[in-house]
Design a protein around this ligand. Sequence first.
Ligand code: BT5
Length: 333
Amino acid sequence: MSAPKTTTHLEILRLLRDRQGCFVSGTALAQRVAISRPGVWKHINRLKQMGYEIESRSGLGYMLVAVPDSLAPGEIVSNLTTRWLAHNYHHLETIGSTNDYALILAAKGAPNGALVVAEQQTKGRGRLQREWMSSPSRGIYLSLLLKDPLPVSVAPQSSYIGALALVKMLREQFAVPATIKWPNDVLINGRKVAGILTEMQSDQDFSRFCVVGIGINVNHSREEMAGPFRYPATSIALETGCAVKRQTVLLEFLSRFEHEYERFLDLGLLALLPEIEKYTEMMGKTITVVCGNREIIGEAHGISSEGALLLMREDGSQESVWAGDVVRIEGAL
Ligand code: BT5
């Protein structure tokens, strides 16, 4: 006997979606997916548990009334506008960290552009193993696997591409004043709405792959965003004043990312720097950066073509900062 298909509920969903707003009889569904009518009922219940609103009426059958804001493949993959990004799509209800999962997929030979997205993370992490708060179904927790071999000094610049894509998408779709906080945060009105963690594996000179992990606060409440965090936090919903469809955020972000990443591969970071600098929160301001146990105070006046933050100290000396945390920005929250 062949094993029962695990995708039957998705086939039923597709049939209901094709006729959304109309009833489809149980007999028709049963025939189309080649199972019994009680079998159809079982799968309808499964879809309801997944959050689909389905009305059942005797004599008429089933009607799809509303779909949940889930990031399940059935809601995303057929709506992707990307050419190669995220077509290899891994959706998980709960995972420790999507970056860890993507690193495992990479080791198993997953293709370039594979995406891991989770509804919830139990061990979401930022840099230096800091915790990333990833509450269920409110945010987007994703990791992109990028396999283009890049010089090891260039591969980490993928973080900038994530930040630039996100800032442009937030400005265009949600009309919010999103900015980049060097090196890996996206802010709205001075509060952190997203963080990026890029990890890579390399040979001596070239990367073998990069995993760009991004956590976006989408529908988090004011209480959740109260922290305690190192920097004030916010969500897209708090900044726009209304609940936001995560599906839209994810689809629009992926499309933007693919576009910006291809520009980066073709033209290099240098070509994207004017835009990155334009959107970087702290340009022209005096900031305090903590690098390990050093604290540097200076005016941020640019980003180098290799991705370092350029600072001018009070005594006129210049410093290129490669990694660190900006803990204060003059005039910020
Ligand atoms: C980051 O690190 O901001 C990178 C976060 C990357 C998270 C994504 S989620 C998908 C993928 N899978 C993972 O496991 N990680 C990536 P960093 O700059 O080190 O900032 C971390 C700090 O941000 C924490 O120490 C908190 O203070 C603060 N924080 C934690 N959760 C937050 C949230 N949801 N919103 C705003 N700030 C948060």
